[in-house]
Design a protein around this ligand. Structure first.
Ligand code: GZL
Length: 312
């Protein structure tokens, strides 16, 4: 009997090398849904027991989930922090419980000793790449830009705005005439774009849309078409994420450029956690993922087909 028990215990222990709690923001965008599916499939492949909590984009739900993971005594916690502030308290609790925390795809304003590492892109750079594309595309022509910002107070919304503004600085022919949050969603992106069009002479006064993610751009494209204008020509469309649907729009000439954000943040996160658990190696505080510009010149339907399989 004992040997049987031992065997079953060993098998049980072997089944989950690590138990990880994941506080995910929600499913506000196609990119977010891909990040979730990739995180789950990576955990499966690595024998990690993943406890998943969807916060419906509310920070208080994220904090509750993190507290519950601490109470469960998980080995590690992943957080995609919906906003940049308000994390010190719960992260101190995780630190006291000696549970390492890894941030995914967004940064926070908190002392670095409160998390093991942050796996994110350089969001200022993403905004700059988007802005530089527009500067090159419009040349000296006057261009009034409307901006759909990401979730208010989130690091991508703050950083992507900053990067874009840095890129257009010094080009007085390019001006941001309206800027408002579309909360990273298609629905809100469409709604806010409708209001921009109404406020700007039926959209005739708008030369370009800069959206902090493709989902808001896709919603805005719908609004531009419903206003009788041609997205991609009457109003240029540049955004960030490089989700499959933006490549479909590009192939139809309805979007112009996107900056790629990999949804595979969990891979580097799990690598860092496994190494830390194995031999205490501390990863760098920032593990940066790559960004890449795609335009209509990059065979968008081919990219669409390639991306379709990658967790989206
Ligand atoms: C950026 C990430 C953003 C995506 C959006 O790193 O946090 O959140 O760009 C998502 O699609 O909603």
């Amino acid at each position: 009997l004992i040997s049987g028990l031992m065997a079953s215990t060993t098998i049980a222990a072997g089944a989950a090398d690590m138990t990880v709690g994941f506080s995910q923001i929600g499913s506000e965008s196609g990119w977010r849904a891909a990040e979730t599916s990739l995180t789950k499939s990576q955990a499966e492949e690595r024998g990690i027991d993943l406890k998943f909590a969807d916060a419906q984009q509310k920070q208080e739900n994220q904090i509750k989930a993190v507290r519950s993971f601490i109470a469960q005594g998980v080995d590690a916690i992943l957080i995609a922090p919906v906003v940049a502030t308000g994390w010190e308290g719960v992260l101190e609790e995780a630190k006291d419980a000696e549970i390492p925390v890894v941030l995914l795809d967004r940064q926070i304003d908190a002392p670095e000793d409160l998390y093991l590492t942050a796996v994110t892109s350089d969001q200022v750079h993403e905004g700059k790449v988007a802005g530089e594309w527009l500067v090159k595309d419009v040349g000296d022509a006057e261009c009034n830009v409307v901006e759909l910002q990401g979730t208010t107070g989130s690091s991508p919304a703050i950083n992507r705005k900053q990067g874009f503004e840095e890129a257009i600085a010094g080009h007085d022919n390019i001006k941001i005439i309206r800027s408002q949050t579309g909360d990273f969603t298609r629905t809100k992106g469409k709604e806010v774009m409708e209001s921009f069009i109404k406020a700007e002479d039926g959209g005739k006064n708008i030369c370009a849309l800069y959206a902090h993610n493709d989902d808001m751009a896709v919603g805005a494209i719908q609004a531009i078409k419903e206003a009788g204008l041609k997205p991609g020509t009457d109003i240029k469309v540049v955004s960030i994420d490089a989700v499959p649907d933006i490549f479909q729009a590009m192939a139809a000439g309805e979007a112009n450029a996107t900056v790629e954000l990999t949804p595979n943040m969990a891979g580097p996160a799990f690598d860092a956690l496994e190494k830390y658990k194995a031999d205490g190696t501390e990863p760098p505080k920032w593990i940066q993922t790559e960004s890449k510009l795609y335009t209509q010149a990059d065979d968008p339907m081919k990219v669409y087909e390639e991306k379709k399989g990658l967790g989206y």
